[in-house]
Design a protein around this ligand. Structure first.
Ligand code: KIV
Ligand code: NA
Length: 264
């Protein structure tokens, strides 16, 4: 049986940390699922990790729907949360609800995630009333990169800490089942986690969080160009994969591949 929001709450209440990773395709979803990861997030980070964009801004609804469906097909146990992309929940609430329902009905995801705090709380309430489990996302909001002029750590000032706390409480009040908190300074993060009664899933927000989420490519060391400070590389797959491709190329050129066990 696939994890539900109740299973995530059970982990939270028992004090067991919630392990989340992003996934974008069915094979990596299968592997993370078999490893026992509790929740798979089909992040709009797929714009960078899979599609080669510089930010998440160009990611379309169709992109997120297709990759969410693939992750659902590849996994059995993990709760699948689908990111709603840039501007897909900022028009009328009618349009936002229609877009959210496509993740549930076409991709068969179990929930959606949207970025924002107080300003999206009313929408979160409508989604939850309609039967869509919603994960919030506060702190650094990648979809706002062009408005903010870059990616900045949040919660450095008292005012910002107060705003983040208000955002988190508004999302909880609206019925969000959990909140991703991205790049919030450790002391602000601790305060928010202790004020909330729903799981706070951190990324770059310290150890107080009720769980952690990481981008799959960062965990696996899949991108040779960049690893953020908040990530721990468990593998250096970029090096291994490049090496394997190089070996394959050499074997083809030297006619040492294929050999007789490879032909019919
Ligand atoms: O898109 C994404 O990968 C995310 C996580 C980093 C939280 O939103
Ligand atoms: Na995202």
């Amino acid at each position: 049986m696939r994890n539900t929001v109740s299973d995530i709450w059970k982990l939270y209440k028992s004090g067991e940390k919630i392990a989340c990773v992003t996934a974008y395709d069915s094979t990596s979803a299968l592997l993370a699922d078999r490893a026992g990861v509790d929740l798979l997030l089909v992040g709009d980070s797929l714009g960078m990790t899979v599609l080669g964009h510089e930010t998440t801004v160009p990611v379309s609804l169709e992109d997120c729907l297709r990759h969410s469906a693939a992750v659902v097909r590849g996994s059995e146990k993990a709760l699948v949360v689908a990111d709603m992309p840039f501007m897909s929940y900022h028009g009328s609430s009618h349009e936002a609800l229609k877009n959210a329902s496509r993740f549930m009905q076409e991709s068969l995801a179990s929930s959606v995630k949207i970025e924002g705090g107080e300003e999206v709380a009313e929408l979160v309430k409508l989604m939850v009333q309609g039967g869509v489990p919603v994960m919030g996302h506060i702190g650094l909001l990648p979809q706002a990169v062009l408005v903010k002029g870059g990616y900045k750590v949040r919660g450095r000032s008292k005012e910002d800490e107060e705003q983040l706390l208000k955002d988190a409480l508004a999302l909880q009040e609206a019925g969000a089942f959990a909140i991703v908190m991205e790049c919030v300074k450790d002391d602000a993060a601790q305060r928010i986690v202790s004020a909330l009664d729903i799981p706070i899933i951190g990324i770059g927000s310290g150890l107080a969080c009720d769980g952690q989420v990481q981008v799959m490519h960062d965990v696996l060391g899949l991108d040779p160009r960049f690893t953020p400070r908040h990530a721990r590389k468990y593998l250096n797959l970029a090096e291994q994969i490049e090496g394997a491709f190089g070996q394959y190329k050499d074997d083809v050129k030297s006619s040492s591949f294929p050999s007789n066990e490879n032909w019919y």
